[in-house]
Design a protein around this ligand. Structure first.
Ligand code: FE2
Ligand code: FE2
Length: 205
């Protein structure tokens, strides 16, 4: 799916189906982090109006997702609580911090956008899986996950496009960004495989 190299381990969907409440709590935090990451990236690049506008639009949608998940938590009488550890996102950020990033055109910004794109792609895959294991076909939660599946897929594409823009645009930038995305997607696959056995009931567990 999208640029992903490996599908999620089926054990994850089983664990998630057994503990939907835990997934929802983690999900709320993921949406909040997605919004704050987009805004912090925008704040670091104030001279690039196109980037700032696109990232603030993503942040706006992530805040809306966050508020909707908060509504579901409230309806289920769940607390938001402290964020569960997200080894997946931390490992992915670490995997991107190498020499290539420092020397390439667009540097860190391009890598941060691509790491964000990969997180969107994986979240997107997971929302589709969640939609297949929660409730019945008419359930609100299932419809919500399918809506997010489509929205996070758009965010994935938007972030890849922004990475190309940040690399200077044009065909050469497009080639470079896709080559970099390929490298990061291979690393992402290794991280997902490693976390697969633990099958924690979190969005990226
Ligand atoms: Fe979202
Ligand atoms: Fe998103």
């Amino acid at each position: 799916m999208l640029c992903l190299k490996v599908p999620t381990d089926p054990r994850w969907a089983e664990a998630a189906a057994r503990n939907v409440d835990a997934v929802l709590v983690d999900h709320a935090h993921c949406e909040m982090k997605a919004a704050s990451n987009a805004l912090s990236l925008a704040a670091r690049h104030p001279r690039d109006l196109e980037l700032v506008r696109a990232l603030s639009e993503i942040a706006r949608e992530e805040i809306e997702h966050f508020q909707r998940v908060l509504g579901i938590l409230a309806a289920r009488k769940l607390e938001l609580g402290a964020p569960p550890v997200d080894d997946y996102a931390a490992d992915l950020r670490r995997a991107s911090a190498d020499a290539w990033a420092a020397t390439a055109k667009g540097g860190k910004l391009v890598d941060r956008l691509l790491v964000g794109a990969l997180i969107e792609a994986r979240s997107c895959e997971r929302f589709k899986l969640l939609a297949s294991v929660v409730g019945d076909a008419s359930s609100d939660l299932r419809a919500f996950y399918m809506e997010l599946f489509a929205c996070e897929a758009r965010h994935y594409q938007r972030l890849v496009d922004l990475a190309i823009h940040a690399s200077g645009g044009g065909e050469e930038a497009e080639r470079e960004v896709h080559a970099r995305l390929e490298v990061l997607a291979v690393r992402e696959a290794a991280i997902v495989r490693e976390l697969g056995a633990a099958a924690r009931p979190t969005i990226h567990g």
